[in-house]
Every structure is written in C-alpha cells, then in structure tokens.
Design a protein around this ligand. Structure first.
Ligand code: SAH
Ligand code: SF4
Length: 388
C-alpha cells in the first residue's frame, strides 16, 4: 500500500438495506446530498446538529424537522450505527467494543476512563499492513482501510454506550464527559489511511457536534514520514511516534517500515512537524522489550536522538498476546531507563497497561471474531470450518 490514502472522492457509504448513509459526509457533502431532495442548506445544518450534537440514530427523533421531511429522509437515507457484536469491560474500567462493519469485517475501539475524563482509542484500519513484530494487530491477515463513516462511528458508538449525548434543553458544557480525548492508536496505521482519518477527525472536531478540539486528539504513527507534515499542517492534532528502537539495525528488525523511512529521516520529520512546541510536544512511544531495546546505552542514545525536538517519552511495558515472542522488561530495568531520561530532562511516565484482562491494551487489538474462530478451529476443526 502506498503512503498516500486510497480514499475516493465523495461517495456516500451504503447501509445493508441499500440506502446511502449520511454519517461521515462533511458539511458541504451533506448539503449537496439533501439538496437532491430539494431541501435547503439550513436543513443540512439541522440534520448535522441532530447527528453529531444530539447523536440521534433515527430521523423520527429530529423533531425540528416537519414530519413529511423526516419521512422523506428516512425513505432515502440511513443514519444507523454499525452493530456492536461484543462489549467487554475490564476490572479497571476499560471498555472494549467489537464493531461489525457492513461487509462483516470487525474492528475494536477501546475506552480508557480516568477520574474526570477519558480517552477513546480509535482504529483506522481493519488489521494493519505493517507487521511490527511485537504487535498483535500486525498478525491479522485481512486488512482494509476504514471509511470516514466507520472511523466516526466508533466515536458515536462510544458516546451511545457511555450515555453522553446532551439531552435536549441541557447545556452540554455542564455535562461531565468521560470521552474527552481521542487517540488514533487502535488497529491500523492512520497515516496509511490519511484522507479518511482526516475527514472523520474534522467532523469530530466540528464545534456544533462532537466538538473534541485538536488539542485533545493524538494521532500515533509508526513513522510514515511523507505524510507527517501534511497531517500537522492540515489537522494540527498532537503527534505520537512509535519509535521503539534507537538504531536502524534493531528498528529494521522490530518495525519493517524503518527500512523505508529510517530513524534519521523520521527524526527530521519530527523536527519539521508543524505545531510542535514546548507546550505541545511530540510523544515518543517506546515499548520496553527485555534484552532487545532496554539497556541504559539505549536510554542514552534515545536522549541524543531527541535533542532539539520538543519531546516527551512514553515508556510502554510490552503487552504480551497469545503467541508473542517477546518478554516485557523488568520493572527495575524500566525504572532505570526512565531515570536516564529524567536526568536529561524528560519526565517519562511509564504507561500503565489498561484493560489487559480483555486484551484491550496497546498492541493487543486484533479482531476478536478471528480469535474466536481460531480457538474454535483448534477445539473442533470440523465444526469450526463449517461455521466460519
Ligand atoms: N499504527 C500506529 C498506531 C497503533 S499502535 C503506531 O504503530 O503507532 C499503538 C501503539 O501501541 C504503538 O506505539 C505501538 O507500537 C504500540 N504497541 C504495539 N504492540 C504493542 C504491545 N504488544 N505492547 C505494547 N505496546 C504495543
Ligand atoms: Fe501496525 Fe502500529 Fe501494530 Fe505496527 S504497531 S503493526 S504500525 S498497528
């Protein structure tokens, strides 16, 4: 797959019953689409408000529209959500939804609550074309880009499940939200599906809607250098870079993308990232793999690499998954590594793994239905083959 996205020009997604969906159209597309029914621009603005500010899932609920207009819309268009096929809650409050798209493919979205806020980890692709050796998503055989509607639907679905759409007449600013941040850190490489990710995020950022500001959105990339500048210039979201190694030899082994865009080019793209300042630093993610990338020499080399970049470091304990071939560094080694960074002025929080018990932690996402089929196949080959 090339670095640029394969997103097509405006073609509304189609619901299973054949009606085109209005979800994921930008404002001008929505206006043009409703215009085909002779509806004026202000109707599009009303529908937008109902879809993204109130979160309704039926035209019937759009009470500021005359009944015949609602009926006309329902006949022609769909605004349904994709089906949630599994809803799991971790002992630590993390929640994971398996969402089935119209072609039967499934993706995962994960909500990570804090005391008074929460982040939604959103997927950009079914699986991932990259095959980072420590990542479960990279082992999923089926891969495709998600459409803007499918990316956005994860956010809408989470809001449904968390019950966070403002009720009519209430001031949404007074509602405490547990979905305050979005992290593009789910399944897939978001910069390999840039156009669709950008479209979905622009809708999520729109003030009359989900209204999550770019300052509360972080996009994580494995290092798709040619797309980084465009992402910063056009979306202005926070950037996270999955670095994970300080030499090309090790990074080539861990992350095949390094062979196309080696560390030197990646660090230059970080220096050039529009909008990176000391107030808005680039996050460098570093997964701690025992005996692979966790020596104190590695920590010192990391400090040298970061010089001149407004950076913070997130040390991620490796999250094992069934069949993975790495071990997580010891707690003491992670702390020693963090100390070196701290001495150089980088506070580097160790990211506590959340939702490990439901395989919802970083790098553990992989369509559950595939896992289930595999488990069934191992248990009873004939039955599983017949049902898959
Ligand atoms: N494709 C993007 C975003 C999704 S992965 C990227 O690679 O940045 C989100 C983060 O989880 C990345 O930093 C990734 O390297 C990390 N990760 C992958 N597998 C992991 C694992 N098993 N344990 C801990 N972190 C992992
Ligand atoms: Fe893809 Fe990111 Fe996993 Fe690498 S770490 S395989 S880029 S999802």
């Amino acid at each position: 797959m090339s670095a640029s996205s394969h997103a097509s020009t405006f073609a509304p997604p189609i619901a299973p019953d054949g009606r085109p969906s209005l979800i994921g159209l930008d404002r001008s597309e929505l206006e043009a689409t409703l215009g085909t029914l002779g509806l004026p621009a202000f109707r599009a603005r009303q529908v937008w408000h109902w879809l993204y500010h109130r979160g309704v899932t039926s035209f019937e609920a759009m009470t500021t529209l005359a009944k015949p207009v609602r009926e006309q819309l329902a006949e022609r268009f769909s605004i349904e959500r994709p089906a949630v096929t599994r809803d799991q809650a971790s002992v630590d409050g993390t929640r994971k939804w398996l969402i089935k798209m119209n072609d039967g493919q499934e993706v995962e979205a994960v909500h990570i609550p804090e005391t008074d806020r929460g982040a939604l980890c959103v997927s950009s692709q079914v699986g991932c074309t990259l095959t980072c050796r420590f990542c479960h998503t990279g082992t999923q055989p089926l891969v495709r880009n998600l459409g803007p509607d499918e990316i956005l639907s994860q956010i809408l679905t989470a809001r449904d499940a968390l019950g966070e759409w403002p009720a009519p007449g209430t001031n949404p600013n007074n509602v405490t939200s547990m979905l305050t941040n979005i992290v593009m850190m789910g399944m897939g490489e978001p910069l390999y599906n840039y156009d669709n990710v950008a479209k979905a995020l622009r809708i999520a950022m729109d003030g009359d809607g989900v209204a999550i500001s770019k300052r509360r959105i972080t996009l994580s990339t494995s290092g798709v250098v040619p797309m980084m500048r465009q992402c910063g210039a056009e979306l202005g979201v926070n950037l996270a870079v999955s670095l994970h190694a300080v030499t090309d030899a090790i990074r080539d082994e861990l992350m095949p993308i390094n062979r196309a865009y080696p560390i030197r080019e990646l660090m230059q793209a970080c220096r050039d990232y529009p909008g990176a300042t000391n107030a808005r630093r680039i996050t460098f993610e570093y997964v701690m793999l025992k005996g692979v990338n966790d020596s104190l020499a590695d920590a010192n080399a990391l400090v040298r690499l970061l010089s001149g970049i407004p950076a913070k470091v997130n040390l991620i304990p490796f999250n094992p998954w069934p069949g993975s071939s790495f071990e997580c560094s010891s707690r003491t080694q992670i702390e020693r590594f963090a100390q070196v960074l701290l001495a150089a002025g980088y506070a580097s929080p160790v990211r506590e793994p959340r939702g490990r018990d439901i395989l919802a932690a970083c790098g553990q996402l992989r369509s559950d239905s595939l896992r289930q089929k595999k488990i069934r196949a191992e248990a009873a080959p004939e039955t599983a083959a017949a049902t898959s």
